[in-house]
Design a protein around this ligand. Structure first.
Ligand SMILES: C[S@@+](CC[C@H](N)C(=O)[O-])C[C@H]1O[C@@H](n2cnc3c(N)ncnc32)[C@H](O)[C@@H]1O
Length: 263
């Protein structure tokens, strides 16, 4: 499938229309061969095409930014369900990377006031690039803020006003072994989360609790092995009710949700 997608990329056509192809011009065949070699050397497909599909969007990606994963589409869908019927809800995406979650929310819930927070200077260039492209395409503009999701003073102007705080934070335990595509090409700040993978989450909960209005929702993605540990960390914080965990389409624990307790 990757070879087909690379050939379609080189020829500027859809994967399906490759079926109608009789011949590949020599320069394209050469370029295709180079890309196949790079993919065989474990360069992510999305870095070779420069694009990553996510829900209804196609985002620009490349070195310096985390490639959005299909699992995260589910967490994004959960956020959109929480927003149903709300007029101009305020949403904060902590650790926005390519902007996949934030920009999808702005695209699918027009009028949502979305802020994307990103700490990595390399990654935020991609957040800004994609946010500008989506605004130019007519979506409600998303605010992009350089900031640390564990900074207790983050976004003071949104204190107690936010309907949903969502995050796909770095959650890989420091001693985990990850595929070469990930280890060599996803930025370290996007991956590593301390000994149990939950250091950044622990730091972020106080910020989320301050930003959310009572009854506002929190959604955090996690690794397969954190389906018990992450809900326990959220419960231990004390500022949230209705803590629940949700599986992905493969049935593996994938994200934890909770509501801001009354103050
Ligand atoms: C797993 S990636 C997720 C990116 C994007 N939200 C997605 O789902 O594809 C985590 C992101 O959080 C950012 N990040 C890590 N630590 C952060 C922090 N303390 N504050 C803000 N962003 C942070 C990383 O740079 C990275 O872009």
């Amino acid at each position: 499938m990757d070879a087909e997608l690379l050939l379609a990329h080189v020829l500027g056509m859809s994967r399906g229309s490759l079926l109608t192809l009789d011949d590949v011009p020599e320069p394209d065949a050469k370029r295709f061969g180079q890309l196949v070699d790079q993919r065989a050397d474990r360069v992510p497909l999305q870095h070779l095409t420069g694009r990553a599909p996510f829900r209804f969007l196609e985002l620009a990606v490349g070195p310096g930014v985390f490639v959005p994963r299909p699992e995260t589409e589910l967490l994004t869908g959960w956020v959109l369900e929480r927003l149903t019927g709300l007029d101009g809800p305020i949403v904060v995406d902590l650790g926005s990377g390519s902007g996949a979650i934030a920009l999808s929310i702005a695209h699918e819930h027009p009028g949502a006031r979305v802020t994307a927070v990103e700490h990595d200077p390399g990654a935020i260039a991609w957040t800004r690039h994609n946010a500008m492209a989506r605004a130019a395409a007519g979506d409600t503009p998303v605010g992009v803020v350089a900031g640390d999701m564990t900074d207790p003073g983050l976004l003071p102007e949104l204190d107690g006003r936010v309907a949903v705080v969502v995050s796909n934070p770095p959650y890989v335990p420091d001693d985990a072994v990850v595929p070469r595509e990930v280890a060599d090409h996803d930025p370290p700040l996007a991956l590593w989360g301390g000994p149990d993978g939950l250091d950044v989450v622990r730091g972020m909960l106080t910020v989320a609790a301050r930003l959310l209005h009572p009854g506002g929702w929190l959604g955090i993605e996690h690794a397969d092995q954190q389906g018990t540990a992450l809900p326990a960390v959220v419960r231990a914080h004390g500022g949230f009710t209705d803590v629940a965990d949700h599986p992905d389409l493969a049935g593996r624990p994938r994200f934890t949700t909770a509501r801001r307790a009354p103050r």
